[in-house]
Ligand binder design. Structure first.
Ligand SMILES: Nc1ncnc2c1ncn2[C@@H]1O[C@H](COP(=O)(O)OP(=O)(O)OP(=O)(O)O)[C@@H](O)[C@H]1O
Length: 958
């Protein structure tokens, strides 16, 4: 097995580790930019950010709200600014990809990134969009994170947060969730915990709520689904988080009781034990029947789910089979009934999560509130995009015409705003003992992300150099993890495909493993464990070896729930709309034919397929589904410009301030940090098409020397680079650096080292800055000169009044000098600075003609107006005037006492004249725009707002 460190000297490896420990930037290894040294624990490798988790904030719930108290981070801010800038410059979607082991701080960084993205492009944390997203994260964190052996706040839901950006401003957000870890709901590993929400619920419910939810006498110690894991609990913290969770459900418009009823039912289901009972039959034989231990608990579950207890019992303990067209009913044994009970618990939990995600996304799309989550809609939770847009179409007026126009508008908006910035926080590599099918999927995801990085950083740059005959002095020898990905997921012989086949053959863990070992006996990445176990195998992943136990692989992969159980939730028998809603599309498919149940199975997890069934079986398995979703995610990522943040944890014990060099070194190797440093320091990691290079950097060469024709693009590129080199020679600091600043012209691309890219960017930014300053100076000068005659007339009038003119001529002379400030009145001691009256703006004569560059399509405008009942020809009436004015942060109601700032009317020709400094009573806003009504000597005078000044008085705080 080749080691990632083969070609890297230990010295270099230790240098990087030391860099992270001491905060001396790796940037120094690869660039001579004058960036200030980063304080630990972050550093840059060219454009890639390496971030160490120092564990100084363990216990943070990692929600957007809880991260508001965390100080902003310069390096992450730069990643965000880069993404926003590149998105607005190129229109190209951007993806910030966080990777690293479980516990390395991906979620922490992703929350900070999101917060900073809102600061840069979304109007900050006080906007409704932020509050909405923050509420969604608070709700989802409790439902989707749990304590594992590696991380007490481990995300068991992968997130891809897609933020749509138009013209540099955030437009809307969408959370894509990847939920895998279902087994945790029924059986957390011994040192781990179930989902946080269960402990929070038990700690935070009021006594009254506990009674309603049948949870009066329960704690984590006597609930079967929590007992098998770590049962320690911080009641105070959990209760506080529960209150925040409850409040956030309210923000999302999700009925609290609906969700907690399902959660309580899941918890109680674990305490319903089915047991085999023998009973005598008519012919003196004995038949085995299934009975239940804890009948009252079953009754509680049934009541929480709104179904009759007998129906629930029947749904769990009987099974309908289709034997060549004949429907046969059979009784399940206790073991099978207990398995079906667990399937129900998993289905209820993961479908609730999916429903909440869908609701959070559909709300964000609309920025409006919808009705309850209950059974008023029987739409599937699976087809998220479609359902969301269907929800969208039901908002507004009820008529189908407006629904259609809303859908049209949604579509139009969707197409008009295709730029996005995504933040990807997927599962990190982990190695729990024993590892199950979910962990294999999690590690496949980590392998896939590593492969994406390898392809983007190393493979594509090596291949394009080869294609264009470019020789690089640095041979980057990275470890390709494709063989491992193939072992797990190749189409016919991958472990997952073989598992699907075994599921369809109704095989066992042993038969499956036998076939896997025979198929892959020569594969160096698959081992037998020591001691050998007929149900276990070991895989060498990019980040280490993992032992998998296949005992539950087949059952978990099938991921099925029988129709006998699903049919119980049909609205004929179920009075709890939310429960019916969770199985909405399955019930629709089931009841499309008359015979119910008829021996078919549905998936436990909500699937993204519109076809639910392939004959009597679901169309996909858990791993197929996950694979498809991962594939789709990759498809979006390859179309985006990636920004990598590589996360590393400082130790394995979640201890603050402890830097364990061994742990860090292992991660640096697996993340191929040194290979990246090598590439950045001496290779050609960047390439650009000639045309793109010219478009971006031509401002660095003299305009008159550039040819600017398609056929002379290469010459222009060379000219630009010569100019940059000349600049480079002028800076002694830059010339002394050991970092390569080389570039090569290829057949189609220009190849750039990281050093030259940084120089080009720096020069470009300096040049643009200088140009902006020049443009502003020229514009201000022109503007000042244009205003000067008027300014001079005013000054002359004033000084005529005060009898002095001498300053004006000197001012005039100065202004001809061209400075923007030259037009300012002199502050000579001889005369007081004259107050200048601004020229009044010309009244607006009619609506200005439409801007030809207007982006909005006339059709959309028309549709919007029709939808909201507006007439394009007649704008809506002006709203009635307010009974108060707003000053600073206070409302001040009428009547108000104000003081005249200057005489009114100015020419003194009105019936009543108000003198400067006179106190007047303002009784309200005038119907004349910008005027207030002043009562003076029994006369109402409409006085322009700017003539009046507020006198301090009582204010009403807003
Ligand atoms: N930069 C940081 N400063 C202080 N504490 C941090 C930082 N990053 C992470 N932590 C803490 O470390 C722990 C693990 O972080 P986090 O959950 O973000 O890791 P992760 O990589 O997302 O793990 P997983 O893949 O298991 O979800 C958390 O308790 C978090 O509060």
């Amino acid at each position: 097995m080749e080691s990632p460190a083969n070609n890297i000297t230990m010295a270099a490896e230790q240098q990087v580790t030391r860099s992270l420990e001491t905060g001396v930037s790796i940037n120094q290894l690869i660039t001579n930019s004058n960036l200030p040294l980063s304080s630990p624990p972050q550093t840059n490798i060219g454009p890639i950010l390496l971030s160490v988790n120092p564990y100084t904030d363990v216990g943070n719930p990692l929600t957007l709200n809880s991260m508001r108290s965390v100080g902003l981070n310069d390096k992450l801010l730069r990643v965000v600014q880069d993404a926003v800038r590149q998105q607005s410059e190129t229109g190209y979607p951007q993806a910030i990809i966080l990777s690293g082991m479980s516990g390395s701080g991906k979620t922490y960084a992703s929350m900070l990134l999101l917060r900073q993205l809102f600061d840069v492009a979304g109007g900050g944390p006080e906007t409704d969009a932020f509050k909405h997203l923050a509420a969604a994260f608070t709700v989802l964190r409790s439902l989707g994170s749990a304590k594992t052996s590696f991380n007490s706040e481990s995300s068991r839901i992968g997130h891809f947060i897609e933020v749509q950006v138009t013209d540099g401003a955030l437009y809307r957000t969408k959370i894509h969730c990847y939920f895998l870890d279902q087994t945790r709901v029924i059986r957390p590993l011994p040192n781990e915990k179930n989902y946080h929400i269960f402990y929070q619920l038990l700690a935070g419910l009021s006594q009254e709520e506990r009674v309603k939810l049948h949870l009066e006498s329960y704690t984590p110690l006597n609930l079967s689904y929590l007992q098998s894991g770590d049962t320690r609990q911080d009641d105070v913290e959990d209760a506080a988080r529960f209150q925040a969770w409850k409040a956030c459900l309210g923000v999302l418009g999700i009925p609290f009781m609906d969700v907690v009823r399902v959660l309580a039912a899941v918890l109680l289901l674990g305490n319903v034990q089915f047991v085999d009972k023998s009973s005598s039959s008519g012919n003196n034989g004995t038949v085995t029947e299934v009975g239940v231990n804890g009948e009252s608990t079953l009754n509680s579950v049934a009541s929480l789910l709104g179904v009759p207890s007998a129906s629930l019992f029947r749904g769990i303990t009987t099974r309908t089979h289709n034997a060549r067209g004949q429907l046969v009913k059979s009784l399940c044994d206790a073991n099978m009934s207990n398995m079906t009970r667990d399937c129900l618990a998993k289905a209820l939990y993961c479908r609730t999560v999916a429903t909440i995600v869908r609701r959070a996304n559909s709300l964000k799309r609309l920025g409006s509130t919808l009705g309850t989550l209950s059974s008023d809609s029987n739409e599937s939770v699976h087809n998220q995009a479609d359902v969301a847009s269907q929800h969208a179409s039901t908002v507004g007026t009820a008529g189908s015409k407006s629904s259609k126009s809303m859908a049209a508008l949604n579509n139009a908006v969707r197409h008009a705003t295709d730029g996005s910035i995504g933040i990807l926080d997927m599962f990190g590599f982990e190695d729990p003992k024993p590892s199950q099918l979910e962990h294999l999927c999690i590690n496949l995801c980590a392998e896939t992300m590593q492969h994406f990085y390898n392809t983007h950083m190393f493979k594509s740059s090596i291949e394009s150099c080869r294609d264009e005959n470019i020789h690089s002095d640095v041979e980057v020898d990275y470890v390709d993890n494709v063989p491992c990905i193939d072992l797990i997921s190749s189409l016919r012989t991958g472990l997952l495909s073989m598992l699907d086949v075994e599921c369809s053959l109704r095989g066992t863990a042993e038969t499956y493993l036998g076939k896997v070992k025979a198929q892959h006996r020569h594969n160096p990445r698959l081992f037998d464990p020591k001691p050998v176990d007929a149900r276990c195998f070991t895989i060498q992943h990019f980040a280490g070896r993992v032992l998998y136990d296949t005992s539950d692989f087949l059952e978990t992969n099938k991921d099925v729930v029988p129709d006998d159980l699903v049919s119980v939730f049909h609205k004929q028998t179920c009075i709890f709309g939310f429960a019916t809603h969770l199985f909405g599309s399955e019930l629709k498919a089931l009841y499309s034919l008359e015979t119910v149940p008829r021996g078919i199975s549905f998936r436990i997890s909500p699937t993204s397929h519109s076809d639910l069934l392939n004959g009597d079986e679901p169309v996909s398995t858990l791993t197929q589904d996950f694979h498809t979703r991962l594939d789709n995610l990759l498809r979006s990522l390859v179309h985006a410009r990636p920004h990598f943040v590589r996360c590393v944890k400082a130790n394995s014990s979640e201890t603050s301030g402890k830097f364990d060099r061994g742990t860090v070194m292992r991660q640096i190797r697996s993340l191929q940090v040194l290979e990246t440093v090598n590439l950045m320091a001496g290779g050609y990691p960047h390439r650009m098409r000639f045309k793109a290079f010219n478009a971006r950097y031509r401002l660095l060469a003299p305009f008159c020397k550039l040819r600017r024709t398609e056929d002379r693009l290469t010459e222009d590129c060379l000219l630009i680079l010569q100019c940059v080199e000349e600049e480079h020679m002028k800076s002694p600091l830059l010339t002394q650096s050991e970092v390569s600043t080389s570039w090569v012209i290829g057949k189609r691309h220009i190849f750039l080292s990281e050093g030259i890219r940084q120089q080009l960017e720096m020069l470009r930014s300096d040049t643009r800055h200088r140009a902006a300053v020049l443009i502003q100076a020229v514009w201000r000068g022109t503007y000042a000169r244009k205003r000067w005659p008027l300014l001079r007339r005013n000054l002359e009038m004033k000084s005529g009044n005060t009898g002095g003119t001498s300053n004006l001529s000197s001012n005039h002379r100065t202004s001809n000098g061209g400075g923007a400030n030259a037009c300012l009145p002199s502050t000579s001691k001889a005369s007081a600075p004259p107050t200048l009256t601004r020229p009044r703006p010309q009244p607006i004569a009619g609506t200005p003609p439409p801007d030809p560059n207007e982006k909005c399509d006339q059709k959309i405008i028309q549709q919007t107006c029709t939808l909201f009942g507006l007439d394009l020809e007649r704008p809506p009436p002006v709203p009635p005037s307010r009974p108060y004015t707003v000053t600073g942060n206070s409302k001040i109601s009428y009547p108000q006492t104000r003081v005249m700032k200057m005489p009114y009317p100015e020419d003194g020709k009105g019936d009543v004249t108000l003198g400067k400094g006179e106190a007047v009573v303002v009784v309200g806003a005038s119907s004349r725009r910008g005027h207030l009504v002043v009562e003076h000597c029994n006369t109402s005078i409409h006085v322009p707002f700017q003539f009046l000044e507020l006198k301090p008085g009582p204010a009403v705080s807003i």
